[in-house]
Design a protein. Structure first.
Length: 464
C-alpha cells in the first residue's frame, strides 16, 4: 500500500520522540508499504516563531533574540538524541545554525521596518517544519531506511492567501508526482515538511495553524495514496476533547462528513480542511496515537459501522455573541441583510446566526478578536436607525463558546435538543443562543466561556 504518515508536533516533541516516530515508519516500511512522511514542527516551535516575529515588529530586539536562542537549543537537543552518526550530526548542526542565522536576519529586517506582513509571517512560521525534517530523515536512515528530506515548497502549489493558503490541485498533483514518484519507485521514503507550500512564483505560504494534517491529505490525493495515517498524541478522534472530558472514548469509525463537521466545530485533532481532499476519492484516513501505536485509533470512511446518532461534543472558543436589537426592527425589511453585509465588508466570518421570532433582535457569533471592528461597522451602517430609535442596542457578549453536538442524522432524531437543554438545565447552565437551521450534522449552542467545560461534560454524560 502507498501510505502518507503524518506526525504532529508532540509526536516529534524531542529527539527521543523523533527516533520513536522514525522507528514506527520503518516498521511499516519493512512490511512492504511505500510510505511518504509529513512532519509538523516540534511542539511549541511554530508558536515561538510567530512570537519572535511579532516581537521584532514591536521593536523588541531582545525578545526575538531570546526566542531564536531557545529554538537553537531545542533543535540541537533533538539532533543530539535523534541522530547518532557523528558526521551526519555535524552536518545537520551546521545546517540548523545556518538556518537560524537566516531567521535572525529576517527578524532583524522586520525589526527595522517595524511591520510584519502576512507574507513575512509565513516565511518565518515555515522554519519549524524546515528545521525538523532533516533531523527526522537522518533518524529514519539510522533505522535502516533510505530517506530524503523534502520541503513542500517543491510539491504543494498554493494561492497567495498568506497564513491560510489553499492548494492549486492540478499544479500540486503534477509537481508532487514528478518529485516523489521516482523516489518511491527507488524505495526511498520522502520526509516532507507539513504546513507549508509555495505560490506559483515560489513564495512560501502556510496552510493555516494545524495545517500539517491538510498537507497529509493533499499529498494523499496528489499521489493516489491508499491510506492517510495521522499520528497524534491521543487514541484517535474521541467523543470529546479528553483534556476537558476525562471519560471521553475513541470513536472507532466515523464518516468523512462527520469528521469534517467535528473539525469545523473545533475538534483540534484534525485541521478543518483535512477531509476535503480525501473524501471525494474515498481514501481512508486513520487517526493513531504515536504513544500507543497498537491502539486501533479511528478510521474515517464513507460508511462507518458505528451508527450512533451523537458522535462527539466539540467547542469553538474565544467567540463573541453580537446582538442588534430594537423594537423598531420589527417588520422592517432588509435589517438582516444590512447586518450581514456590514460584517462581511469587514471580512469577518459569521459562525452562527439566530433571530428571535419576535424579530426584535438578531444575534450572531464571530471571533472575539473581530468584535470592535464588527461593532464599529454596524454602528455606521445603522446610524439613521439608531437616531430614529428603530435600533436601540448594538452590543456584544464575550468571551463565549460555541458548543456543538455532532453526528449524522441528528436533525432527523426527535428529542435531541430537548435532551441537550435538559442536561444543561439540570446543572443550572444558561444557554445564550441556539443555532437555527445549521447543518444536519450538528446542533450548536452558545454558552459563556465560564460555563463551557461544564456544558460539554453535562451533554457528554447524557449522550455518550
Ligand atoms: P498534533 O500536534 O498531533 O497535530 P494537536 O494538538 O493538533 O495534535 O491535536 C491533538 C489534540 O486535540 C489532542 O491532544 C486533544 O487534546 C485535542 N482534541 C480536541 N478535541 C478532540 C477530540 N474530539 N478527539 C481527540 N482529540 C481532541
Ligand atoms: N506547526 C504548525 C502549527 O503549529 C502546523 C501543525 O502543527 O500542523 O500550526
Ligand atoms: Mg494538529
Amino acid at each position: 500500500m502507498r501510505i502518507i504518515m503524518k506526525f504532529g508536533g508532540t509526536s516529534v516533541g524531542d529527539g527521543q520522540r523523533i527516533k520513536r516516530a522514525a522507528e514506527l515508519v520503518q516498521s511499516h516500511a519493512a512490511q512492504g508499504h511505500a510510505i511518504i512522511v509529513a512532519v509538523s514542527a516540534m511542539s511549541g516551535v511554530t508558536d515561538a516563531l510567530i512570537n519572535a516575529a511579532q516581537r521584532a515588529a514591536q521593536g523588541d530586539g531582545q525578545g526575538y533574540l531570546a526566542g531564536t536562542r531557545t529554538l537553537i537549543e531545542i533543535h540541537l537537543g533533538a539532533l543530539q538524541d535523534a541522530v547518532n552518526d557523528s558526521a551526519a550530526r555535524a552536518a545537520l548542526r551546521e545546517q540548523i545554525e545556518r538556518r537560524l542565522d537566516g531567521l535572525l536576519d529576517l527578524c532583524a529586517s522586520i525589526h527595522v521596518l517595524g511591520e510584519l506582513t502576512p507574507r513575512a509571517l509565513d516565511t518565518i512560521a515555515s522554519f519549524g517544519e524546515r528545521l525538523v525534517v532533516p533531523i527526522f530523515a537522518q533518524s529514519l536512515r539510522e533505522c535502516g531506511a533510505r530517506a530524503e528530506p523534502i520541503e513542500a515548497t517543491e510539491l504543494i502549489v498554493t494561492d497567495d492567501m498568506f497564513t491560510q493558503a489553499d492548494p492549486l490541485l492540478d499544479a500540486t498533483r503534477e509537481k508532487s508526482r514528478a518529485r516523489l514518484v521516482p523516489l518511491l519507485d527507488a524505495g526511498v521514503i520522502p520526509v516532507v515538511t507539513g504546513f507549508i507550500g509555495a505560490t506559483r512564483q515560489g513564495i512560501i505560504t502556510t496552510l493555516g495553524r494545524g495545517g500539517s494534517d491538510y498537507t497529509a491529505t493533499i499529498l494523499g490525493d496528489a499521489l493516489d495514496a491508499d491510506q492517510v495515517w495521522i499520528w497524534t498524541d491521543v487514541n484517535g478522534v474521541m467523543t470529546a476533547d479528553p483534556r476537558v472530558v476525562p471519560t471521553a472514548q475513541t470513536i472507532d469509525e466515523i464518516s468523512y462528513a462527520e469528521a469534517a463537521e467535528l473539525s469545523y466545530f473545533g475538534a483540534k485533532v484534525i485541521h478543518p480542511k483535512t477531509i476535503a481532499p480525501v473524501a471525494a476519492r474515498e481514501i481512508p484516513v486513520r487517526i493513531l496515537n504515536t504513544f500507543n501505536p497498537s491502539h486501533p485509533g479511528t478510521r474515517i470512511v464513507r460508511a462507518p459501522n458505528d451508527r450512533r446518532t451523537v458522535k462527539a461534543i466539540t467547542t469553538i472558543r474565544q467567540q463573541s455573541l453580537v446582538t442588534v436589537e430594537g423594537r423598531g426592527m420589527q417588520g422592517v425589511p432588509g435589517v438582516a441583510a444590512k447586518v450581514f453585509s456590514a460584517v462581511a465588508r469587514e471580512g469577518i466570518s459569521v459562525l452562527m446566526i439566530s433571530q428571535s421570532s419576535s424579530e426584535q433582535n438578531i444575534c450572531f457569533v464571530i471571533e472575539a478578536k473581530a468584535t470592535p471592528r464588527a461593532i464599529a461597522a454596524l454602528e455606521k451602517e445603522f446610524e439613521l436607525e439608531r437616531l430614529r430609535h428603530n435600533i436601540d442596542r448594538i452590543g456584544a457578549q464575550e468571551p463565549v463558546v460555541i458548543v456543538a453536538v455532532v453526528g449524522a442524522g441528528l436533525k432527523n432524531t426527535p428529542g435531541i435538543a430537548a435532551k441537550v437543554f435538559g442536561a444543561l438545565g439540570e446543572r443550572g447552565l444558561n444557554i445564550l443562543s441556539i443555532a437555527q437551521g445549521s447543518s444536519e450534522y450538528n446542533l450548536s449552542l452558545v454558552v459563556a466561556e465560564s460555563d463551557a467545560d461544564n456544558a460539554v461534560r453535562a451533554i457528554h454524560e447524557k449522550f455518550l
